[in-house]
Design a protein around this ligand. Sequence first.
Ligand SMILES: Nc1ncnc2c1ncn2[C@@H]1O[C@H](COP(=O)(O)OP(=O)(O)OP(=O)(O)O)[C@@H](O)[C@H]1O
Ligand SMILES: [Mg+2]
Length: 310
Amino acid sequence: MAHEDHPQRALHAALQMQQELRDYGQRRTEQGAHPLEARIGINSGEVVVRSFETGGRLEYTPIGHTANLASRLQTLAPVDSIAVSEYTRRLVEGYFELRALGPTPVKGLSEPINIYEVTGLGKLRTHFQLSERRGLTKFVGRERELEQMQRAREQATGGHGQVAAVMAEAGTGKSRLFYEFKATLPPACKLLEAYSVSHGKASAWQPVLELLRGYFGIQDADDPTTRREKVRTALVALDPALAETLPYLFALLAIQGAPDPLAQMDPQVRSPFSSCNTSVQAAFLTATGEILPAPADTSFDPCVFPASII
Ligand SMILES: Nc1ncnc2c1ncn2[C@@H]1O[C@H](COP(=O)(O)OP(=O)(O)OP(=O)(O)O)[C@@H](O)[C@H]1O
Ligand SMILES: [Mg+2]
């Protein structure tokens, strides 16, 4: 089955594979083994999927020009890199950082083709950001919706936390509405954004983690020590008593130091949101009250709560 963001998913998977292979390779060389050399090639397009039987099991394999070119790209990619075709580049531009490797002769093709190396994540996260980069049309209508959101904002500013959810058919202007609403925010408002991805359903915490990273000012390039320091400084500035919740926050953000006072704890109990951890929850909510609208009672369901944050 094809998904609209398949090319992005493929590149995310490739970057993750690259990281895992590097880590594994490093562990191997530390033990005196030969270095591991890996290359990844990615192409996009239509394929024919052929089924065949091996040892009584039915397996599938893609065939055709698209799959062949991906395989050629894999052999052409410099060691330890990810190579993509021109067509894939067009589909993922902005979402990833790419470096041109120049026109390259490919076996079976009469002309050299442009290939690119994937070097990391780009600045774009959503397809609306791509439209924004290309230039937006004049905003029309939606006065009533904007007004409702303004009212919710005023109530929130007055100390009554609000959640506003916008639901509508695909492509009918949800992201644009938020974009216009954000433009009306007074400078005193702190704006933190988090995104869900369709392939991230398995990690219910993802948007909350993104909000927290934004709140603590954590950058991708920060190492765990820097990350812990940022969290500690921000939390202690809010309330020195919150320092005792630090190990839980570190665990949630996967930046535990050594020794980790929670290492022996059951993962369920370790979570600041586990039902047996109400005192930590209360502290946590005080800390994040600035950014997350606290529910009436201090326990909440991770599967439901992040889903209601837009
Ligand atoms: N009120 C509006 N006035 C002018 N242009 C609009 C308006 N609403 C949406 N658009 C334009 O229509 C396009 C689609 O809108 P948008 O991306 O906000 O839809 P969406 O509901 O978020 O889509 P998706 O479900 O795919 O996320 C964008 O280019 C946006 O700028
Ligand atoms: Mg949208």
